[in-house]
Write a protein that binds this ligand. Structure first.
Ligand code: FES
Ligand SMILES: [Fe+2]
Length: 338
């Protein structure tokens, strides 16, 4: 079961060009391409004749041609040609609303009339030249998307899964606060007076120990925002005033369910130092990718373990935020099914 009346990331903008790109999103087959006026079209990836994926055909101008018997469809999904006969069948394939924003292609999977681009998440400072941004990326993970949202509401796992990157003293047992909002859940904590973790050690603009905020947030449908603040030890905490030395890093992670067993994971990082330094941007991006691969190994195995479990499993205190998030999502899904 998935939330339908919401925007999901279908692709990185840079990945949609002239070629036909096939995606499965919420178990629906979709083909994406860019037209001559640069807008992106998303159609059901199935010819109405024998259901050959249209992505196996080719683009002719702004039309898409089926690779089996040459039926052609326009950007609205309407059949405009059936070369094997004189009569053009009155048939239209499903189209999906698509919007490009924040370097991503967003697709609306629900009721077309309810699609509202203003509901796409706001990325503060995206156009602010004093903020840097990584190239981001995408990876396919063989796990249900909720094991990923669980993971991204769980700051404690870094102590074991990311020992060489995000882990530092205090990431294992400092208590967490959980906050529940209308459209999401936050698990957070300040960890005081500890060395910065290896991943951040040479990008923070001060030496010595730090105070560190771990803010892990998941918003409907499955957008995970991981905000880190590092300040010189003694200057962090709830009522901190961020000075020039504070290092902010926001990791945006967008989970798009392929189906119940697979997820496409899209991400980029946004940060307030070294904005023009490409080497640092690449290093941050590669570091994030390395960490996500560490998560991938765990979460694919968790998916198999939990799907095929033969004995009972338990929850821990650290699961409070993810359990609240699952409740929130369940409620949103059942509301739209009424
Ligand atoms: S399957 Fe597409 S035209 Fe026959
Ligand atoms: Fe992780």
């Amino acid at each position: 079961m998935f939330l339908k009346n919401t925007w999901y990331v279908a692709a990185l903008s840079r990945d949609i060009g002239d070629k036909l790109v096939a995606r499965i999103i919420l178990a629906e087959k979709i083909v994406l391409y860019r037209t001559s006026n640069k807008t992106i079209v998303a159609l059901e990836d199935a010819c109405p004749h024998r259901k050959l994926p249209l992505s196996k055909g080719r683009k002719i101008g702004d039309h898409i041609e089926c690779g089996y018997h040459g039926m052609q469809f326009d950007c609205s999904g309407a059949c405009v040609l059936a070369p094997t006969q004189e009569i053009v069948p009155r048939v239209k394939i499903k189209t999906y609303p698509v919007v490009e924003k924040w370097g991503l292609v967003w697709i609306w999977m629900g009721d077309v009339d309810a699609a509202d681009a203003s509901k796409i998440i706001e990325i503060n400072n995206y156009h602010n030249p004093s903020w840097g941004i990584t190239n981001g990326g995408m990876m396919e993970i063989n796990s249900n998307y909720l094991w990923l949202t669980d993971n991204l509401l769980d700051p404690s796992h870094v102590a074991w899964v990311h020992r060489s990157s995000f882990s530092a003293p205090g990431t294992d047992d400092t208590p967490l606060q959980t906050e529940v909002f209308e459209d999401g859940v936050v698990a957070s904590r300040w960890i005081f007076n500890q060395p910065p973790p290896p991943f951040y050690a040479d990008v923070v603009k001060f030496s010595g120990h730090c105070d560190r905020l771990q803010h892990y947030e998941v918003r409907l449908p499955s957008i995970c925002i991981n905000r880190s603040i590092f300040t010189p030890a003694g200057t962090g905490g709830e009522d901190h005033n961020l000075d020039d030395k504070a290092y902010l890093m926001i990791s945006y992670n967008f989970m798009t369910p392929i189906d119940n067993d697979r997820t496409n994971y899209y991400w980029f990082q946004h940060y307030n130092t070294d904005v023009d330094d490409e080497t640092i941007a690449n290093r941050l991006n590669e570091g994030a990718k390395m960490a996500f691969n560490e998560d991938r190994e765990i979460l694919e195995a968790v998916h198999i373990g939990m799907t095929g479990k033969t004995t009972r499993n338990i929850n821990l205190g650290i699961d409070a935020a993810s359990l609240r998030y699952r409740q929130l999502l369940d409620k949103a899904i059942s509301n739209e099914q009424q």
